[in-house]
Write a protein that binds this ligand. Structure first.
Ligand code: ZN
Length: 204
């Protein structure tokens, strides 16, 4: 997989500072630029790094990086840096991940609560997505509900991935049936042996 990442710098602010140019010795002609360095992942700013500076003499055009600046210029940079806030956009990627994870978590809770409710009030035609063991899945279909017992048929096929339930949804189910109690079914939801419950919208 190709992972794009790197360190970038973006211009934040600049102003002419009261300092003498080390090259042409003219005063008040140093244009000091403050840049924000940040870590970027897949072209999205992720985390702010330190700020850096570039000085530019408006008179003799000398350009110096922070490491090359003599003390008076570097001091001018530090004064500007102290009053320049780190922008919010530098943590965009981090916030996207936090929002995505919390949505997934909330969705998971809602889905589990819905499944538990559907299991306790089964209807003929309900289909349960079942994990038999590691990398082996199938479907159970509700045939009848008699009191606390649910009569089920097993799908004749099984699949290797829990992403492929759609492939066997319309396949044949075994003619023989078996019985589980609602309590047993609820325990299967709890232990994630039943991953999901599908019910036709009109019956919901
Ligand atoms: Zn100069």
């Amino acid at each position: 997989m190709f992972i794009q990442y790197g360190v970038k710098a973006k211009h934040l602010t600049n102003e002419v500072i009261a300092a003498q140019c080390p090259a042409c010795e003219k005063s008040d002609c140093i244009d000091m630029h403050v840049l924000q360095r940040y870590f970027q992942l897949y072209w999205i700013p992720f985390w702010p790094l330190e700020k850096t500076g570039v000085s530019y003499c408006n008179h003799c055009k000398q350009t110096l990086k922070l490491a090359e600046m003599p003390y008076p210029l570097r001091n001018g940079f530090h004064i500007m840096q102290a009053k320049t806030r780190t922008p919010m956009w530098t943590t965009t990627g981090l916030w996207l991940i936090i929002v995505f994870l919390s949505s997934a978590l909330v969705y998971g809770f809602i889905d589990n609560a819905r499944n538990a409710k559907l299991i306790l009030s089964p209807l003929p035609g309900d289909v349960y997505e079942v994990k038999i063991k590691e990398n082996k899945y199938t479907l159970y279909k509700v045939d009848q509900v008699i009191g606390d017992s649910v009569i089920l048929h097993v799908n004749r096929y099984h699949i290797d991935s829990d992403l492929d339930f759609d492939k066997i949804m319309d396949k044949d189910y075994s003619t023989s049936s078996f019985k589980l109690s609602k309590t047993q079914l609820a325990a299967m939801v709890e232990s994630h042996a039943i991953l999901d419950v599908d019910r036709e919208e009109s019956k919901n």
